[in-house]
Design a protein around this ligand. Sequence first.
Ligand code: FAD
Length: 400
Amino acid sequence: MSGVLTADAVIVGAGVLGAAAAHHLARAGHRVVILERGAPGREGSGTTAGNLHIQAVHSQRPGQEVPLDNARFLPLQRAASERWETLEEELGASVELRRSGGFTVAETPGQHAELVEKHAWETGAGIPTEVLDGDAARAALPQLGPTVIAATWCALDGYANPLKVTPAYLSSAARSGARTHPYSPVRRIDRHREGWRVTAGRDGGLVVDTPVVVDTAGPWLGRVAAMAGAALRMSPVAIQMHSTVRLPPILPHLVQHIGEGLSVKQVAAGNLLIGGGWPARTLDLEGRSLPSLASLHGNVRLAARVLPFLADLRLLRMWAGPLAATPDEMPLIGEVPGLPGFLVAGGTYAFTFAPLWGETLRCLAESKPPPVDIADLGPGRLMDHADHQADHQEERNTQC
Ligand SMILES: Cc1cc2nc3c(=O)[nH]c(=O)nc-3n(C[C@H](O)[C@H](O)[C@H](O)COP(=O)(O)OP(=O)(O)OC[C@H]3O[C@@H](n4cnc5c(N)ncnc54)[C@H](O)[C@@H]3O)c2cc1C
């Protein structure tokens, strides 16, 4: 062992959530150590679509069993939206942030009714949206096809380049003194005096004592929590993305679907990114998840129906990425009951929520009230009963 480090907070996992937490904690003067199993920002945060979902999202990805609670999401989306507005200034870096607005389309009368209902929720949550009929939507975005009978428009929807966001957060944290240790998997988390002792590194030679551990290990969040003795029920999945060749500017807005899994946008480099939560063929938490041809066909066919110009384009590549979904599809953020100073954050739409959860994690670490109500989003709801916890105690510290 090369000596024990001390820190005010140890962050496990350098995805966008860990990086955002590091930025907020380091900027507030805390000594932060970030431990990352591989290269920073290469898992969910390197494979994400990077959409800023501010209007209500389609509540069920293809294959998703439990719909998310859209009405509960909206106040969180609004709070996240406000923070994205000032993020580039806060980080002193461009993250290719584009707030060029988005449409959510309907193709059936039932879906049209859902748009009207969601518009009422959005208005109630202070998110400005507008319901348009099909012709008005096509007048605003002529690329929409004839099957679109209505759409909602939200000027706050947008996109940021995920390959820039996590590094920008980490650079900002580093400027405030945070240390990132890549290729340093956390192997053990033990109670130590009033706080925690975290053991990491390929040979277990990196040891850090800290009062606060922030578990932002994405789809591995449950495994890391188990090392500290918490049995959390998570439902990690892998979903996939598709990218076309580059084009001159053709699609200025994000396009989503209210009833089916679809998101399409053109990124700064010119590629059209097509996603919508379609399931990958495999979820492989030890290696690389593989994309599915069935999802490729389903997602691209749907995209070309809504935006017919896509049918003529060549696909350049497809990829799958892991997602730290929870059984109830709601975000996860809070302190683990019974484990003082052990914080977790994860769940779906974590890219959109990153600026909000980064700030929230700082507040929790400082035992201050969070900026939004998170009482119902804590890990207590995902904890197994006592017997199962005892089982996890046995397997704790054996996983990494
Ligand atoms: C294909 C895809 C599309 C998506 N699209 C969107 C979208 O458009 N908008 C949106 O808001 N959200 C989207 N999401 C969700 C969101 O992007 C991700 O949930 C988010 O980026 C995850 O960030 P994270 O920091 O929680 O986890 P991750 O980015 O997965 O990071 C977790 C990190 O923890 C590390 N780690 C794991 N175990 C250990 C250990 N033992 N020791 C040290 N480090 C460890 C991992 O190596 C990893 O780097 C999408 C996700 C996917 C996969």
